[in-house]
Structures are given as structure tokens and as C-alpha cells.
Design a protein around this ligand. Structure first.
Ligand code: MF3
Ligand code: CO
Length: 253
């Protein structure tokens, strides 16, 4: 499809979808706690999104023979992304990443947050803090005239400062008229294409960092991506519009 430049009407549509995503994250942040199942977390999201007239862009994603079965992705501890909600209980000390892509009236917005369940380890606190700061640094670099690579560099620099692994197999992406559009937004500096950022582009910036190695593997369910070394992972993501007034976070209230 190539890189799309969104007009004002499309930006407004994406922002409306983004507000639903933000509302879901706020509510999950208030309610998530030890003793809850990951399915209960998913249900919070499902109830809000459906009540607002939205739908899940992940449910059924990929199609046959193994469509993604979750309304949102719920990934615990060493699960990096694409975890599937289940009867698994959340315990004190877990970290849980919830990745939500809402489609509303044909527009898509995508955001992820990692949540601490009760009290987490010092290293996991650093993991969460480092990943959040990496996202902020990436967003700050999302200005017209910069290149995709400037975002990658900003993200990986923060990861390095915190001594965190940068997952390479999964990347950020253009978003808005579909869940996944060009360009890819790696969280590491690569020799791949690095198009210039232009006003009206909308991108999902999403550092996935670990307390160990960047290496990941896919579980037997065909979806859940876990760290290869069993280290924990955090994932923060926003949908961001490149705008003359500076980066606009669309997945906010
Ligand atoms: N938020 C995810 C992404 O950024 C959504 C894909 S999850 C999938 O790509 F399971 F649907 F693939
Ligand atoms: Co995404």
C-alpha cells in the first residue's frame, strides 16, 4: 500500500478510535490486580470497545489456518507480544502487556501498556521505566524532516542506557487506514529503508524491551512470542501523527 498521508477527516477518525483505546487502558490500569485471570483483563477491553461501537482489529487476524483468537493481546512476563487471554491467573510480581487495536468506522488505532501486578522486582521496575522512556524518546523524534531511523536510534539509545535487550523480530508500523501499513519502524538501527517522516503520516511506535537477550521464539499456539532466554519483557506503544505542531499522540483521551 505504501506510506499514506492522512487528511484532517482521517486523522479525526483515527483519533476517535484512539480515544477508545485510551479509555480501555485507563480502565485496565485501575482494575488490574492479583487474582484476576488474563481473560478477565480481555473482557474489560471487550466490554468497553463494543459499548463504544468499535471492534477488535486483532480478533481473527491472520486468517486460516490459525486466526489470532484474542480481542486484545495479553502477554505475561517472558511473553513479549501476541499472548492469548486464558484462565491463567495474575500473581503479585507479574508484569502484563496489553496490546489493543481498535477499529472504528474503518479507522485504526493501536496502543500497548505494560502493567505491574502488585510489587514487581527492582529490575522489572527498570524494565518498565526504560521501555516507557524509550517510547517517549521515539515519539519526540517523530517530526517532519526526520527519518524513521531517527526514531529507531532514539529508542535504542534509551534501551542501551538501561541495559535492556531490544527485540528485533517485531517492529512498529504505519497505522490508521489498516492495522499495519508502511513504513516499518524498527526499534534498532538497521540498514533497511529509512523514509523521511512527513506531516500527515500516522505511525505506531512500539519498543519491546527485555531484561536479557533480544532473541525471541514463537510458542506452540503459533502466536505467543516469548523471550528465548526466559527474561521478562515490557512493551509500550502509541499511535502518533506527524504534525506541524509536533508529534500528536492519537491514543489518548
Ligand atoms: N498491536 C499489534 C501490532 O502492533 C497487533 C497485532 S496482534 C495480532 O502489530 F495478533 F493481531 F497480530
Ligand atoms: Co502495533
Amino acid at each position: 500500500m505504501g506510506i499514506t498521508i492522512k487528511n484532517q477527516q482521517q486523522l479525526e477518525g483515527i483519533r476517535k478510535a484512539g480515544r477508545i483505546v485510551a479509555e480501555v487502558h485507563n480502565t485496565i490500569g485501575e482494575r488490574i490486580q492479583p487474582g484476576m485471570t488474563t481473560r478477565a483483563v480481555e473482557l474489560i477491553a471487550k466490554n468497553i470497545v463494543l459499548a463504544r461501537g468499535g471492534k477488535s482489529a486483532t480478533l481473527g487476524y491472520g486468517g486460516q489456518p490459525n486466526p489470532y483468537p484474542g480481542f486484545v493481546c495479553v502477554s505475561v512476563n517472558d511473553e513479549v507480544v501476541h499472548g492469548i487471554a486464558s484462565d491463567r491467573f495474575l500473581f503479585d510480581g507479574d508484569i502484563v502487556s496489553v496490546d489493543i487495536v481498535v477499529e472504528l468506522n474503518g479507522y485504526f488505532a493501536d496502543a500497548t501498556m505494560s502493567y505491574a501486578i502488585g510489587t514487581i522486582s527492582q529490575r522489572d521496575e527498570e524494565l518498565m521505566e526504560g521501555t516507557k522512556l524509550a517510547l517517549s524518546a521515539g515519539i519526540a523524534a517523530a517530526v517532519e524532516g526526520n527519518r524513521v531511523q531517527d526514531i529507531s536510534e532514539a529508542v535504542s539509545k534509551v534501551a542501551k542506557q538501561f541495559g535492556l535487550g531490544v527485540v528485533r523480530d517485531l517492529v512498529g508500523h504505519g497505522v490508521g487506514l489498516k492495522m499495519h501499513e508502511d513504513p516499518q519502524i524498527p526499534n534498532y538501527v538497521s540498514r533497511g529503508p529509512s523514509p523521511r517522516l512527513r506531516n500527515g503520516m500516522v505511525i505506531a511506535i512500539e519498543p519491546m524491551l527485555t531484561t536479557g537477550s533480544w532473541r525471541v521464539e514463537t510458542a506452540n499456539d503459533g502466536w505467543t512470542v516469548k523471550t528465548f532466554d526466559g527474561s521478562n519483557a515490557a512493551h509500550f506503544e502509541h499511535t502518533v501523527a506527524i504534525n506541524p505542531g509536533g508529534p500528536q499522540i492519537m491514543t489518548r483521551l
